[in-house]
Structures are given as C-alpha cells and as structure tokens.
Write a protein that binds this ligand. Structure first.
Ligand code: ATP
Ligand code: MG
Length: 554
C-alpha cells in the first residue's frame, strides 16, 4: 500500500476491522465470477479491489466460480477467467466452485424448512410474479405458504429426485410478503432445471438461486469481507437474513460503484451477442472491452492495474472516459516499447548522390526512455528508401518542416537530405522523390553544421518487409449504447476496424513474436497479433501516440 495515499472507504473498513481484531484480524476476500463469458475491464476493477485489499492487509483471496446456472456456463469460460486473473498479476489462495457446495446448500435449505422458514410453492412463475405486489403495495401470501414442515421436506426431496418438471415447483424462503424490500418477499431459493451442469453433470436437477448460494458460499469459506457492486445493496438484508437464520459464519457484504466506460458495453450477455452475431471476430477481438481483447491489442497488466487505481473506489456511479484507459497504456508503453520505423503509406525516395548498390548499416537506439537505451538495432540504409507520403508536400507553406522541393529534413538515425525534384503520375500522385544526402550529417557524428527542424522516419526499400496494420476505432458511435434508443447493436461503429495492407517495416521486425510491443515512431503503439505469420506480419495498433485525454485537462 502506498503510505502517502488516502485510504478508500473499503480500505478504511478493513483497516478498522483488522485493528479491532474482528475475525482475529484475518482478511479473506473472494472474486466470484459466473463462468458465463470472458472477463471485461469492469471485472478487472473488482479483481484489483478484492486481491488488492487482501494484499494490503496480509490476507488472502479465493477465486470462486459462481456456477449455479448450468444453462449459460462453460469450462471454456472457467479457463479464460483463470488465465486473465493470472495475467493481471494476481494469485488466488483457493480455486473453488459454488457447485461444490450443492450438497451443503441442500442441507442448509432442509434446515430452513425444518425451522419453518422455507416452503415448496406449486405456483407458476407468472402467479408468483402477480402476487409479489409493488414497491408501494404489499404482496399476497401464496396459498402454499402454510404447508406443513413434513410436506415441505417430502416435496423438496422429491424435487431433488427429479419427480417434477421444470417450473412445476420452487422452494421459497418464508420471510415477509409485506416487506418494503421486494427481495424479502419470499424470495426463491431453488428452481428445477433438468439441465446438465458443466461440473456436476446430471447429479442435480434443482439449482440454488444467486441469493441463496452467494452468501452461504461466503460463509462456508469464512470470507471476512464480501465486496460486490452497488446493485446488490438491496440484496444485503436477505444475505444477512439467511446467515442469521442458519446461524453460520457471519460474512458481511460491502458494495462499491461498478466501473462504467463510455463507447462500449460491459455486460457479458451483450458481449456474447456481439460474438454470436459476428459483429466481432471473437471474445478477444481487439475492439472488445474484455481483458483477453485488451491483452491481444497490446495492453499491459500494469496499465490496467494503474487504470483501476486511478478510477478509485467510490459508492457513487459514474462513467469513466475510455481516454483514461488509453492514457494509462500510453504511459506504460512509453517506458517499455521498443522504437521502430514503419512507413504506413509509402512513397519512393531516391538518394541521387548515394552509390548504386551500396548498403550501409546504421544503428538505432531501441528505447530512449531506458537507461541503456534498450540496446541498438541495425538499420540498413541505401540508395532507395521509402518515406510517408504525407511527409512530402509539393507546395509547402512556411511552417512546413518536412520535405518539399528545395527543403531539407533529417532522416531519423541517418542523414540530412535535401529534395531536388519529384515525379508524378497521370493522376497527380507523387511516384518518386529525388534528394541528395549530406554525408557529413550522419546522426551521432554530424559535422555538417546544418540545422533542420524536422525529422522523419524511413525504411530501406530493398530491406523493408511488408506488413498488415489493424487500426481500431471505438466499437460504438455513442457514449452509452445501452441506454441509447433502440437496440444497443444499432449503435455499432461501422468503421471500427481499418486494415492497412501497404505498410513497410524496417527489417528488425522480422523477428517479432506474438505480443511484442513497439512504438512505431511518430505513428503509435503497436503489437504483433496472434494471427501473424513469418510470411505475413500483422500488427494491432494498441493506441495512437496523441494524448487527447491529458490535454483535455485532467
Ligand atoms: P456481467 O453483467 O458483465 O455479466 P456480472 O456482475 O454478472 O457482470 P459476475 O461474473 O457475476 O458478472 O461478476 C463477478 C464480480 O465482478 C462480481 O463481484 C461483480 O460485482 C463484479 N463486476 C462485474 N461487473 C463489474 C463492473 N462493471 N465494475 C466493477 N465490478 C464488476
Ligand atoms: Mg452475473
């Protein structure tokens, strides 16, 4: 923990509990994902918070898969969740599954029935809903509410044995149909689902509801601080009610505001639709807000942890600008990414006074931010080069410091050149720029005495390797697709992916490995995509170089 930083409200609570010796000063948190999709950046916030609290107070964190809904859950998701948490840099104490507690939870339910605090209801889902009342009107008691304990025990065991069809019966807690809190109006504890579960197979056909599984699982594991998002605040009285009536370990729930990010959606259900309807290529499509997509796009674990840290922990909902996330990755990549030269829109440049067929190997430092500059790489230089088309202007204005007829510019890590002439095709496109170079102006050993304002990047035409660049824009056109009119998918940005197949890279990139991170100088941060092959290099643009968020004034 940073001693200079003020504690957030959860850290304050935990610090107080540790000090007072509550639970013997022990801290055990948990991260409880439902394995029904890949984790997104919102989950990263919850992971950083839960694992962070434990770390700061010498505690531990369990990873518990909240797998109580067999219809939507899958082992693929379990594996991706584990990979993402580890990649973010966290280690769990125990890997646990709510489904492992099914026998225990069944026992708890029987205990409540025996105490007269739970009953089997034959009402249909519609009947139950119609008797629920409204926030201002009390609900009505079910005609099955006063069944005897014996009858309830018998019916519940037959539910478990599979004697009834889906929806024929449910088990409900007997709380208070007039409670002002709708969650306390005899909430469902179990429903019948004749569906195979990804771990328990066909052993069970009754499955516990979230409210009956979550708190009890916390209690079974003796979780001291059960941290969740604010929408569960209204569930807390029920969480406490079950624990109190069962007289089990008193875990306590604390709520914080969920992370919302603009220009994206953050619900696994919606993200699944994007995958299924092929609006994206998969859960790890680099435009997605999932952790696997951010990783593929070139985000680092540190940048995501820093982002979660900067967002902070609050009890009030707000929307975070995606620019802050981009700021955080830029900040990290600036320190670690190797600098290379890649020409995105090449035009040929000929050095007229350079000997035909000659190549010289120049050196380029890999990263000026590092103490040893990250070492050096070879940059072959020759008579024919490629530069960016927009680094040349036929009729440049006074403030233009790049190339134009008669203008001088420095080639990065190489020489100063002066433009003598150029050629155009019938359509008016520049096809060749002709320059002379100044041999005494070599970078690192410049005795020319000439000063130029601009430096541009380049590659040697004979040595450059072609590559594909995938440039991403926001996935949605509107800030909040979920509340915008119509279906959220109506607001997808049709131009969220731009493929540039013409880029030419310096030859050092031949050895790039998947996930390697680079700054293409003057162009942005890029990383090699997993679909890349040695014959066809593919780079994802992680983020542009321009820092619009910081400039916007934060
Ligand atoms: P989704 O609607 O995306 O499926 P969820 O809340 O249903 O989200 P879970 O797998 O149940 O997903 O969530 C695991 C944990 O992550 C929960 O404790 C939940 O509160 C937390 N979490 C989910 N979304 C966010 C978010 N946007 N910000 C912070 N925490 C989140
Ligand atoms: Mg959920």
């Amino acid at each position: 923990m940073n001693p200079d930083k003020a504690l957030n409200f959860l850290e304050e609570i935990v610090a107080e509990d540790v000090k007072s010796g509550k639970h013997g000063g022990r801290v055990l948190t948990r991260f409880p994902p439902e394995p029904n999709g890949y984790l997104h950046i919102g989950h990263a916030k919850s992971i950083c918070l839960n694992f962070g609290l434990a770390k700061d107070f010498d505690g531990k964190t369990n990873l518990r898969f909240d797998d109580t809904n067999p219809v939507t859950e899958d082992t693929e998701y379990v594996n991706s969740i584990k990979e993402d948490i580890q990649w973010l840099g966290f280690n769990w104490a125990q890997e646990l599954y709510t489904s492992d507690y099914f026998p225990k939870l069944y026992e708890f339910a029987v205990t409540l029935i025996k105490k007269g605090l739970a009953y089997v209801d034959d009402s249909s889902a519609e009947q139950i809903a119609s008797m629920k009342g409204t926030p201002t009107e009390p609900g009505k008691n079910s005609p099955f509410r006063d069944r005897s304990i014996e009858e309830n025990l018998d019916l519940f065991s037959r539910m478990k044995k599979g004697e009834f069809k889906d929806g024929e019966k449910v088990l409900r807690a007997k709380v208070d149909m007039a409670s002002p809190n709708m969650h306390m109006r005899d909430p469902l504890m179990y429903r019948i689902k004749h569906v195979e579960h990804h771990r328990t197979g066909n052993e069970w056909c009754i499955y516990p509801m979230y409210d009956f599984a979550h708190g009890q699982s916390d209690s079974i594991e003796e979780i001291t601080h059960s941290v969740c998002t604010l929408e569960f605040e209204v569930h807390r009285p029920l969480y406490d009610w079950f624990i109190e009536k069962l007289q089990i370990f008193p875990s306590h729930q604390y709520e914080f505001a969920r992370l919302n990010l603009n220009y994206t959606v953050m619900s696994k259900r919606k993200l699944l639709q994007l995958v299924n309807d092929k609006h994206v290529t998969g859960w790890d499509d680099p435009r997605m807000p999932t952790i696997s997509a951010l990783r593929r796009r070139g985000y680092t674990p540190l940048s995501i942890r820093n982002f979660c840290d900067r967002v902070g922990v609050a009890r009030r909902e707000n929307v975070i600008d995606v620019g802050l996330l981009e700021f955080c990755v830029r900040e990290d990549l600036n320190k670690i990414a190797m600098r290379v030269m890649v020409v995105m829109d090449p035009v040929k440049l000929v050095i007229t006074n350079y000997p035909d067929g000659q190549t010289e190997i120049l050196k380029g430092e890999n990263n000026p931010e590092l103490e040893d500059k990250g070492g050096e790489r070879d940059l072959p230089f020759g008579k024919e080069l490629l530069i960016e088309r927009d680094d040349f202007m036929e009729n440049p204005g006074k403030k233009y410091f790049r190339l134009g007829p008669g203008l001088k510019v420095r080639l990065k890590h190489a020489y100063i050149i002066e433009c003598e002439s150029f050629e155009k095709d019938a359509a008016g496109n520049i096809t060749e720029i002709r320059c002379k170079y100044i041999p005494e102006s070599k970078s690192g050993n410049d005795t020319s005495g000439i000063n130029v304002k601009g430096t541009i990047h380049w590659v040697s035409k004979t040595h450059a390797i072609s590559c594909e660049l995938r440039l991403y824009d926001r996935l949605f056109r509107v800030e909040d697709p979920s509340t915008a009119e119509g279906d959220f998918k109506d607001h997808l940005n049709p131009d969220s992916l731009h493929i540039n197949a013409n880029a030419m890279a310096e030859p050092s990139l031949k050895n790039a490995k998947a996930g390697d991170k680079y700054q293409f100088i003057r162009k942005g941060y890029f990383c090699l995509d997993k679909e890349s092959t040695s014959n066809h290099l593919i780079f994802n643009r992680t983020v542009s170089l321009k820092d619009s968020w910081a400039k916007a004034g934060s």
